[in-house]
Write a new protein. Structure first.
Length: 467
């Protein structure tokens, strides 16, 4: 059997470009076809831009809530002190940083020896990709292995068609020249909650429309409760168990009509109601690739599709729509295709983060799963209110929660709600990955004072002999 040498990747997001780097490292001939730019929507219109916007919002929150630390704000006249956001400048920085990150990725990929084609690719059977080039014409690319990493795009409702000016998807908010006076966010999942949190911090009145009884219905219930309390305290209006029936422009604003007939008026509306995979018109089913519900590509734990030699990675698979998961799926696909030893994707070791303020970071098994009987486990929640560093920094909200196996004390999950929870979750993630026990986690030194000290404290309290 001839060794795999020709790899064609359709899509240059994290799943695509990380796979390209692995394949090039293993001396394969790699061609990557990308339509919009290296990094894909993750870098250009989604993760990188939104977290850049959130970085500004974080600074605003710190400034606004630092009075108890002795910080005195002026009357708005320089140099006494000004706190405000120039959204035009913020968005200019957001877009510039996204383009710079995309360029850096492109440089790295091409330096590794990957051939990058700017255009759109579609399968012509399982071992050929036809690239329609932006420069004109087409190119047929024969392949031993094809990786589909085409991502996803915002779901659009017929009753709330975005116009890019007043009714927006999360890809369109970065063209706003000025801060909305009243932003109505439809959808209380991760994307909706993140933007609602950010725009509240930037000084915008925000109404969050949630079809469920709480924000972030897919997250830890205690964490979601803390976040909703923070939202309300900061002045956000949260409409639970409310579903948007229609959204329409009215003059210089929008009107969101709810299913019960109530109308919420605002200056702008952000629709955050899910994603649709970019799998149409790619020749997938004709090539033998099975699509599941919603058009997502069906893959196994090593990223194989139902067509021999065709793999898929990232949001187009719907496995877990995170950049980190997309990148790992892409790497696993190449390792498997090139005959390397590979461990199948294990979603119970994936760390995830909601970039609200405070952040919510999770990994592994949840308390809800333990209570439902899906796993036998113990869990403990330790509020940050008792943490010395939290007191010093004026942190009032948040906690550390650990989940471990009874008897052995092996750490199987955790939740951190805190500023920079995305950084604090790492020791818990490492414990889950390495099957460490609560005793091993507790015996590691932590800095005093530090927020991470609460992780060790929670581990000590979960000692297997403790009741």
């Amino acid at each position: 059997m001839r060794a795999v040498t020709r790899i064609v990747i359709v899509g240059g997001g994290p799943g695509g470009y990380e796979a390209a780097l692995v394949a090039a490292q293993h001396n394969a001939e790699v061609v990557l076809v990308e339509r919009d730019g290296l990094g894909g929507s993750t870098v250009l219109t989604d993760c990188v831009p939104s977290k850049t916007l959130i970085a500004t919002a974080d600074v605003m929150t710190i400034a606004a809530e630092s009075t108890e630390l002795g910080v005195v704000m002026g009357d708005g006249t320089p140099p006494d002190g000004v706190v405000g956001a120039d959204l035009g400048r913020v968005n200019a920085r957001v877009k510039a940083l996204a383009l710079a990150q995309s360029a850096d990725i492109g440089t790295g990929v091409e330096r590794a020896g990957v051939r990058v084609l700017r255009g759109s690719g579609r399968l012509d059977g399982p071992h050929r990709v036809v690239a329609e080039l932006d420069a004109g014409g087409t190119e047929d690319l024969d392949a031993d292995v094809v990786l589909v990493a085409t991502g996803a795009h915002p779901r659009v409702l017929a009753e709330a068609t975005p116009d890019g000016e007043r009714i927006l998807t999360w890809q369109q908010v970065y063209d706003l020249p000025d801060l909305p006076t009243h932003l109505v966010v439809v959808g209380s999942g991760v994307t909706g909650a993140e933007f609602a949190s950010a725009y509240t911090a930037l000084g915008c009145a925000v109404t969050l429309v949630s079809s469920r009884d709480r924000v972030l219905p897919g997250e830890d219930a205690d964490a979601a409760r803390v976040l909703e309390e923070v939202f309300l305290r900061r002045g956000m209006t949260v409409l639970g168990r409310s579903r948007a029936a229609t959204v329409e422009r009215r003059g210089d604003g929008v009107a969101v009509t709810l299913s019960d007939g109530a109308v919420v008026e605002g200056s702008h509306c952000l629709m955050a109601v899910g994603s649709i995979p970019n799998t149409e018109d790619l020749g997938l089913e004709e090539a033998g690739v099975r699509l599941g519900d919603g058009g997502f590509v069906t893959v196994d734990r090593v990223s194989r599709t139902s067509a021999h030699g065709v793999y898929a990675a990232g949001d187009c698979t719907g496995v877990l729509m995170l950049a980190s998961v997309a990148a790992m799926q892409g790497r696993i696909a190449m390792w498997h295709a090139l005959g390397e030893a590979v461990r199948p994707l294990d979603l119970k070791t994936v760390a995830a983060n909601v970039f609200t303020d405070p952040e919510i970071a999770t990994v592994g098994w949840s308390q809800a799963a333990a209570e439902a009987g899906d796993i036998e486990a113990r869990f403990l929640t330790l509020p940050l209110a008792t943490n010395a560093r939290a007191k010093m920094q004026g942190i009032r909200d948040g906690f550390v929660k650990l989940v471990c196996r009874p008897g052995t004390g092996v750490v199987v999950g955790g939740v951190v709600v805190a500023p920079r929870a995305s950084e604090l979750i790492f020791p818990v993630s490492l414990a889950v990955e390495a099957n460490l026990t609560v005793d091993q986690l507790a015996h590691a030194f932590t800095i005093y004072p530090s927020l991470s000290g609460s992780i060790a404290e929670a581990a000590r309290r979960l000692h297997p002999d403790q009741v």
